[in-house]
Structures are given as C-alpha cells and as structure tokens.
Design a protein around this ligand. Sequence first.
Ligand code: S3P
Length: 179
Amino acid sequence: MKDNIILIGFMGSGKTSVGIRLSYALKRTMIDTDKWIEKKNGMTVSEIFAKQGEKEFRRMETDCIRGFIENENHQIISTGGGLPVREENHALLKELGRVYYLKAAPETVYERLKGDTTRPLLQGDDPMSKIKELLAVRAPLYEKCADVIIDVSGKNFDTIIEEIVRKERQNENTHYQRT
Ligand code: S3P
C-alpha cells in the first residue's frame, strides 16, 4: 500500500477545502482526480458529462487512480464524489493509500452547494431530493472504502484537520512499532 492520504465523500463534503488545509498541516502536496481529468482532457467535468456522458467520466476516474498508483506517493488526494461508486475502484483506493471518508449530512451538502452550477448531477429542480437519493446509494459504499470516517457536519475546519492529523500520527506510530 502506498503512503497517500485519500479523501472521499459526497459533493460538498469539503474534500478540496480540507485537502488544502491538510496539505499545509502535513507539508504534503495535494492532487485532485477531477482536476487531473480536466487537465488531461482539456475540458471541465461538466463538459465531459455533456459531451461524453457520465459512464465515460467514470472510466476516466478509474484511469486516473490507476495512474496515481503508478506515479504518486506521499500526496493528499482529493477524489470526485462518485468515484467509490465503481466497484473496481475499491481495491484501487486501498492500494493507493489510507482512505478518509468525510461524512456529511444532506442538509450540510445542500447548504454548501445551493446555487452551484459546476456539479452536473445536481442541476435539476429539486437538488435536495437528488442529494438524498444519491447519498442513500453511496453512503454504504463510502463506508466500505473508508479506513477512517470523519463526521464533518457542524464541525469547523480546524477540528476536522486535528482529527485527521491525530489519526495520521497514530498510524505513523503503529507503522514504526511494526518495522
Ligand atoms: C461527482 C462529484 C464531483 C465531480 C462530478 C461527479 C459525483 O466532484 O467528480 O461532478 O458523482 O458525486 P466533487 O465531489 O469534488 O464535487
């Protein structure tokens, strides 16, 4: 298993914001699956969904984490919210590093993303129902992939970062005791 810290969780759970703060706290660089895909294809995620469809985007996500397994280590990796939906990605995530699930309540997601135009899956008339519907399917998958679950609803960033840093220190200690 590689020494990356991977953040998974629903859209709006704070993966990018937490990742940036964590990269300062732990002095690691941060990479992001959506950004990698956008750069590689010269298109935004919305454009990829519109022109090539969600299925093709999901294939790109798997390619992306396979590439990260080959080429990246000691990174903080922020992932697209739907990446754990593909069964094939579960083993790949485990291989890539330690997986932290940022668990957010639907109300938290809704508050953070209302008015957002960059998430193609939430552009309908009733984003709250869509959030609940997707979360019902995805929550068990996030939990299955996670090494650590961090409940983020109602917590400020400092608290979330402290929790992750504490877990990382525990992991380092166990690792040193083992080797
Ligand atoms: C998606 C989440 C988005 C992005 C795409 C699909 C999803 O990433 O990958 O819009 O299916 O949940 P964020 O979780 O960073 O918003």
